[in-house]
Design a binder for this molecule. Structure first.
Ligand code: FE2
Length: 461
């Protein structure tokens, strides 16, 4: 056994809340972005027993669960502890420590919260983040999410960006350096160090420590614009599948998930119920994508079944891609959004009888849309959240609003969305920061929406 440096540099996290439990996570990494692929996180090869505690209070005087998890090198010394037997709709605090033989350090404490019981009508407070390109700016928006301490945080993709430092970065688009060497991620070591670099940001660690997360990836967790097992650039599919497998493993190693990778896959689509108020349906828009089919047949069948069987007030799709029709000023449609999959979108819409709420990201701008079925009947709304930091594209947003009357709102700041869903209503605030090129931006609500008759209703801020 070897004493190691302080191992909790990547912080702590919790996620996947149910009414009776959560997953708690940490990863030992005394040298988070070390250069030796044979020593991820700068750790020795040994398995380390990591002690964990869950308490009802911040001072850990009322401990309700405790145990030891083995941190193994094969999983980059990450630990994923399934904590059961907790009370519904309750706050808990958790922390980890390593034995004295490994230095005896204790982690910072995290706060988490279980989901309400099935019959509960309690409102759920949630935040939605996406697109946090590290080199594009500082994560102040994530710090503000942490301050809100929501019940659950959804991340709808582009948690990391796989690219390296561009040879000639555009002005204002290279604010801070990636880990060294600043190259495109291709190997397990590369992806591990990219996640570790992101977690060296204190605001990101704070957001993980403040509330349980339920994340879903988009493309940049692996490679820009990949689709299923295809790289999207015509390169060798076998090499791409190896790369995707490495990227999925690194993703697992850095999130408190209930599942682990199996073969070349990682099962990410899932249902997270919050009482009788909301059924959150988290969709994987990348792993199973085929031409004309964003979700794959099995996921679509699962989704349609869940939507048709849902008795919750709100049926909430949590996923990256712009869902409503969005025609560009030149008449074209996106090839990397639901507009490229209209038949599947129509089948999803016809599975609901109102109460649909779509939460999405990807486009680095805020938008709000009314959703209707093929017959023009309102079935719900979509809230598209802007990026935490990633620079926006150069689209003509005023012309998009003019060409798409069902798109009711646009805003071009960076930030996140903050919502409350209850049995009698749903409100969503677009929260924006004024700058990302330096730390410390304040946050403000730039628009607030409710839902009335399955249509958007703008509210006073
Ligand atoms: Fe993005």
């Amino acid at each position: 056994m070897a004493k190691i440096g302080y191992p909790f540099t990547l912080g702590v996290a919790s996620g996947e809340p149910t009414s009776g439990g959560v997953i708690i996570w940490t990863r030992l990494a005394p040298d988070p972005v070390g250069l030796d692929p044979g020593r991820p996180g700068g750790m020795p090869a040994e398995t380390v027993p990591v002690r964990w505690q869950v308490a009802e209070d911040e001072r850990f005087t009322k401990i309700v669960a405790t145990g030891t998890a083995q941190a193994r090198q094969a999983w980059a010394h990450s630990v994923h502890v399934k904590v059961d037997g907790l009370r519904p709709a309750a706050d808990y605090h958790y922390r980890f420590s390593v034995p004295a033989a490994f230095g005896g350090a204790t982690s910072p404490a995290g706060r988490t919260r279980t989901a309400p019981a099935r019959e509960s009508g309690d409102p759920v407070r949630f935040a939605v983040a996406s697109c946090q390109r590290y080199e594009h700016g500082h994560f102040s928006a994530l710090g503000h999410i942490a301050d809100e301490r929501p019940d659950v945080i959804f991340h709808v993709g582009d948690y990391i960006y796989e690219g390296g430092k561009p040879a000639d970065p555009a002005p204002g688009r290279y604010i801070r350096p990636l880990e060294s060497p600043e190259r495109t991620c291709r190997t397990l070591h590369d992806y591990r160090n990219r996640y570790a670099r992101y977690r060296t940001d204190a605001a990101l660690r704070a957001a993980h420590a403040a509330a349980p997360w339920a994340p879903i990836w988009d493309d940049h967790e692996v490679r820009d614009n990949y689709a299923g097992a295809r790289p999207g650039d015509g390169s060798d599919p076998e090499a791409f599948l190896r790369r995707r497998t490495a990227a999925y493993q690194a993703y697992y190693e850095h999130f408190p998930l209930r599942v682990r990778p199996v073969g070349t896959g990682l099962h990410m689509y899932r249902w997270r119920p919050y009482g009788r108020v909301a059924d959150f349906l988290i969709l994987d828009a990348r792993q199973y994508r085929e031409p004309g089919d964003m979700l794959g047949r099995a996921q679509e069948e699962w989704l349609v079944g869940r939507l048709e069987g849902s008795t919750a007030r709100w049926k909430v799709l949590v996923q990256p891609m712009f869902f409503a029709r969005r025609q560009f000023p030149d008449g074209s449609l996106s090839t990397d959004a639901w507009d490229a999959f209209p038949a599947q979108r129509a089948r999803v819409l016809s599975a609901v009888d109102g109460g649909l709420v779509v939460l999405s990201g990807d486009v680095h701008n805020n938008w709000a849309c009314d959703l209707a079925d093929d017959a023009g009947r309102p079935v719900g709304v979509e809230f598209v959240g802007t990026a935490i930091t990633s620079a926006p594209p150069g689209t003509d947003n005023a012309a998009i609003l003019a060409a798409n009357p069902h798109i009711r709102f646009h805003d071009g700041h960076r930030g996140y969305m903050s919502g409350t869903a209850g049995p009698d209503g749903l409100e969503l605030a677009y929260r924006v920061v004024d700058f990302v090129d330096r730390p410390g931006s304040p946050v403000r609500t730039v628009a607030l929406f409710g839902v009335e008759g399955d249509r958007l209703k703008r509210l006073d801020v």
